[in-house]
Design a protein around this ligand. Structure first.
Ligand SMILES: C[S@@+](CC[C@H](N)C(=O)[O-])C[C@H]1O[C@@H](n2cnc3c(N)ncnc32)[C@H](O)[C@@H]1O
Length: 214
């Protein structure tokens, strides 16, 4: 499959399930204290550095965009799926949501103080991910933070799994951390938590920073 047909398939798949996804997941942070704690720490780091807004890339229906925005940082959402963007705008009319792809962001160099990419890079073809991380680094200001969320696995190679919406991959935190290092990021912290009863896999977050000096 080519990179562009994979992206096309992801967009079509999320357009088809957007209302159901919003119904199932818009309240998910209410029952996830560890994720809320990470987002609070991320908000504080971005606020203290004060280098620009946060982009929530692959924002879905905008629930995390709104949560982070309520913690202080100016935050906007970007998503491939027009249906997701329409739902996000409807649910959070006071926030900005743009259609766009993580591999070619319509943003100037160094304008963001932070990037959230929660369970959105899981759909990128593994060979496309280095270019996505280079794009994230391009749009982040020096010293800006990136928080990634993904499904974890032990295998050092990314593993395709039967995600309910569309093709997706699990990554070992070490392998993703290494790809981020190669893209020029410095690791700040990581969190791996065990699956809840309604989840199948460990859930991982990696927090990294773009260095001040190139
Ligand atoms: C599993 S949902 C995650 C939504 C939200 N971040 C959350 O944590 O609930 C993945 C989202 O990423 C978006 N997405 C997937 N590939 C993308 C890409 N290349 N660029 C932008 N968004 C993308 C999908 O349209 C979908 O809304």
């Amino acid at each position: 499959m080519t990179a562009s047909s994979a992206v096309h398939d992801t967009r079509t798949a999320y357009d088809a399930v957007a209302p159901l996804y919003a119904e199932l997941f818009s309240d998910m942070l209410d029952t996830r204290p560890l994720e809320r704690a990470l987002l609070a720490a991320f908000a504080e780091l971005v606020r203290d550095h004060d280098a620009g807004p946060v982009a929530d890339i692959g924002c879905g229906p905008g629930h995390v965009t709104a949560h982070l925005s309520a913690l202080g940082p100016t935050t906007f959402g970007v998503d491939l799926s027009p249906a997701m963007i329409a739902l996000a705008r409807e649910a959070h009319p006071y926030l900005r949501f743009d259609e766009g792809s993580m591999s070619a962001l319509d943003l100037a160099d160094g304008v963001l103080g932070g990037i959230l990419a929660l369970y959105s890079i899981i759909h990128a073809e593994p060979q496309a991910l280095p270019a996505v991380f280079t794009e994230f680094r391009r749009v982040l200001a020096p010293g800006g933070h990136l928080l990634l969320g993904f499904f974890a696995g032990d295998d050092p190679l990314p593993r395709e799994f039967d995600h309910k919406v569309t093709l997706a991959y699990r990554w070992s935190p070490d392998s993703l951390a290494e790809l981020l290092r190669q893209a020029g990021f410095v690791e700040v912290a990581r969190l791996v938590r065990e699956p809840r009863e309604d989840e199948r896999f460990q859930q991982a977050h990696l927090l990294v920073r773009k260095p001040q000096e190139p």
